[in-house]
Design a protein around this ligand. Structure first.
Ligand code: FMN
Length: 540
């Protein structure tokens, strides 16, 4: 049974690889009249407009990640609103020749935004505790269920701490509308970006996000009331993760919920009809099949042990944490002469390392399993070439064994897990493997995220999604790091999978490249005009 699931998930992965001579199956054109609406609302659910931030949290650049300087804030309507505005809210509106579109704090493949957010909040202001959906367009909470005071108290006693819960779900159709079968991967990248966004934003309020990694997807469905919603076919929300947001100093936060609490949620009366997103939807069957096969069962709760390593501070940024979050954008073109100093480059990589006491990886989603294969083009005082950045030592011997025997594996710095594999100009190679996209070769560096694949999925098929989430989290850190250092990044979901594996010398799927990223000096598009994120909301 399990072997068959693993096989079918791996079959999906193989079927959705792009190759030089063949792209994964997709519509091949844009069906504009059926483009899914990027914002969901729950009609009939009472709405609670959230205040917009008048002043951003004061955290400095380093405090984006480091927890120790961020003072713990009370959970109020203002702090929840600020937390959401700086994690999943709008970041700007762009316009060109008569059309306009919104951008968000969290990026999304094709700006299609399959990720939805739901919150389980304590009583605040005059509201009793309840289950809410967050609609970023109006910056409003939609109240989908009331939670009896006594049930909320039991949640607090269970966690042994005050706080709230945030969950995410994906609407696959929003991505498959454009990208077809590969869209399941992109939805999961986006979920990972969103997880990093909430962890980093929570940190600015002195809160920590902890993944409830013991919960089954079925339990999350029950808690978020998805079992009771009559979703339109193919417009369903598919559960990603549920996290507890808290300020407990202890690492003993439970990573699950008792069955009794879950079944009480299942019996709450939920209200609100999800609105229609498209006139008609296309059933990319393999996506729904793979989603079923990679559903998470209840598992043992794990406290992921992270190293206690210091954050590198030698390349500070003059920007505040909130400015970096708000300014994040994807670059669409790079100045090919744009470089990054060696110090900044090393600092950017350093921030992708999982460490205790630092957002976002201390959300404890997964034992770190992803590394970076770097195409270094223009890093001052560094030879151009292929490099490898090892995010966890334990995979070192195995990766070396599976990769090309003529790689140098020459350490670049003492006590820093960056290795030179081979010297030489690799701009062309980087562009080619990233679907011929110039941004991969014209920047200062680009990279492929190499995840331990076969053994992890064979042991626990649901981790297929988690691996993509981990890469999305790394991507989010790289986006913010690029911004912090006066550069710009772009996530790259379009790449020729096996061409990357060939560069590494991989002959099988023990390790796979799951996501690409590029960083460089951006060239702005002068045709675009920009408007503030919430210019459309009056009096808030
Ligand atoms: C998972 C993922 C994959 C992406 N893939 C590509 C890509 O292959 N090429 C590209 O130019 N941009 C890519 N992007 C960038 C998106 O197009 C961009 O995030 C989106 O248009 C929203 O713009 P913003 O990031 O400036 O908010 C990707 C983004 C994500 C999150």
């Amino acid at each position: 049974m399990k072997d068959q699931r693993v096989k079918e998930i791996i079959d999906y992965h193989e079927a959705t690889k792009h190759h030089y001579d063949r792209y994964a199956r997709s519509p091949g054109y844009m069906d504009w009249k059926n483009q899914p609406h990027p914002f969901r609302s729950y009609a009939g659910a009472p709405t609670l407009p959230l205040p917009l931030l008048k002043k951003d949290p004061p955290a400095a650049y380093q405090d984006l990640y480091d927890r120790k300087n961020n003072a713990r804030q009370a959970v109020t309507v203002e702090t929840i609103a600020g937390f959401l505005e700086l994690s999943l809210g709008l970041s700007a509106w762009k316009a060109v020749s008569g059309s306009q579109w919104s951008l968000r704090i969290n990026p999304s493949s094709g700006n299609l935004h399959p990720t939805e957010a739901h919150l389980i909040l304590p009583p605040f202001n005059s509201n009793p505790s309840g289950v809410y959906h967050y609609n970023a367009l109006g910056h409003v909470l939609e109240r989908r269920a009331d939670i009896p005071a006594e049930l909320w108290q039991r949640i607090v006693s269970h966690f042994g701490a005050e706080g709230f819960l945030i969950g995410s779900s994906s609407i696959f159709w929003r991505e498959s509308w454009k990208y077809g079968e590969r869209a399941f991967r992109y939805c999961n990248h986006d979920a990972g970006h969103a997880l990093a966004c909430v962890s980093l934003s929570a940190n600015l309020y002195g809160w920590k996000v902890t993944c409830l990694n013991g919960l089954s997807d079925a339990a999350i469905d029950a808690v978020l009331g998805f079992d009771q919603i009559r979703f339109r076919k193919l417009e369903e929300e598919h559960t990603d993760f549920l996290c507890f947001v808290h300020s407990a100093a202890s690492n003993r936060i439970p990573r699950s919920l008792p069955d009794q609490i879950i079944s009480e949620f299942a019996n709450l009366p939920f209200i609100g009809e999800p609105d229609k997103l498209s006139q008609t939807c296309v059933d990319w069957e393999i996506i729904y099949q793979t989603a079923r096969l990679s559903k998470k069962p209840a598992t043992e709760e794990i406290a992921v042990k992270l190293e206690n390593r210091k954050l590198s501070v030698s390349a500070p940024s003059p920007l505040s944490a909130a400015d970096i979050i708000r300014n994040r954008r994807s670059a669409t073109a790079f100045d090919r002469h744009g470089s990054v100093s060696r110090d900044r480059f090393l600092n950017m990589l350093d921030k992708t390392l999982p460490r205790s006491g630092c957002a976002p990886f201390d959300a404890e989603l997964i034992e770190p399993a992803t590394h970076l294969l770097l195409f270094v083009h223009n890093v001052v005082d560094s030879a151009p070439g292929l490099y490898f950045f090892l995010r966890t030592e334990k995979d070192f011997d195995e990766i070396k064994r599976f990769s090309r025997s003529d790689f140098l594996w020459k350490p670049v710095e003492t006590e820093f897990p960056l290795y030179l594999l081979s010297e030489g100009n690799c701009r062309q190679q980087a562009m080619m493997v990233s679907c011929h996209q110039e941004i991969a070769g014209f920047g200062a560096f680009s990279l492929g995220m190499i995840a331990k694949f076969k053994d992890i999925i064979t042991a626990e098929p649901y981790r297929y999604r988690h691996l993509f989430w981990e890469t999305g989290m790394i991507g989010q850190v790289l986006y913010l790091e690029a911004e912090a250092h006066g550069l710009r990044g772009t996530g790259i979901g379009c790449f020729f999978d096996d061409a990357v594996h060939e560069i590494m010398g991989f002959n099988d799927n023990h390790y796979q490249s799951l996501y690409h990223f590029t960083v460089g000096k951006p060239i702005e598009d002068p045709r675009l005009t920009t408007r503030p994120p919430y210019h459309h909301l009056k009096n808030r």
